[in-house]
Write a protein that binds this ligand. Sequence first.
Ligand code: HPA
Length: 259
Amino acid sequence: MKSAIEFVKKQLGDIPEIAVVLGSGLGSFANRLNNKTTIPYEAIPNYPQTSIIGHSGQFIFGTIGGKKVLAAQGRFHYYEGHNLETIVKPIKLFHGLGIKTLIITNAAGSLDKAFPPGTIMGVNGHMDCTYRDSCEDPAMMNHAKYHDEALLKGFKTIANNLAIPVTIGTYCWTMGPNYETPAEVQNCKELGGQAVGMSTVPEIQMGAELDMSILGISLLTNYAAGISKTELSHDEVIETANQTEAKFVQLLTGIIKNI
Ligand code: HPA
């Protein structure tokens, strides 16, 4: 990571305060930053590349609400064939730059009829539902070292001030690349989850290991398979993300200002 960190440091010429990982269809937040510096991932030595539609693969550094923010447009997923070490490289990079606050966003499926597509969820717990290493049910990880209490409180307060309805819940990480089967969705629900998606958990784990303050935000873009009768597609995910993006960006901007 050393060469990657040195390279980005030099390009930025400044130390960001907050890092934001932007999920599927949520990349436009970065366009709102002022005095932007853009660094394509491909320009960074020893740094991986993204391959997903809706993820551009670049860092955008700039200011918003008086805060210096480094946004990642595009992340690395387990289902792309990356190992865990690669997936958490952005987090190691942020830490290496001296960033202490990490906001991780994603698009996710809703496990609860009460949270329709377009709902924004603050993450106060996560579970590794990939069953990669064991067939034991995963533990609920809801410690404040993974889900910072002050950041979650800020999330709720700002949403309230802006009259944006939000919910709070647990994010379940599944392996992908396919959307879950209705049986897998039911399992996540029975374990106590409210959202299901294919990212974020390794990033939260690494951020916690590096002692960063972490806020996870899920945009629930669809009902998870079997929760409603509509068939899922990546297009639906992108479409809902696009429709909800303005609200999401407004909320994220408010949260950042408040930090
Ligand atoms: N499942 C997994 N990942 C997702 C979903 C889903 O239903 N929606 C958006 N990302």
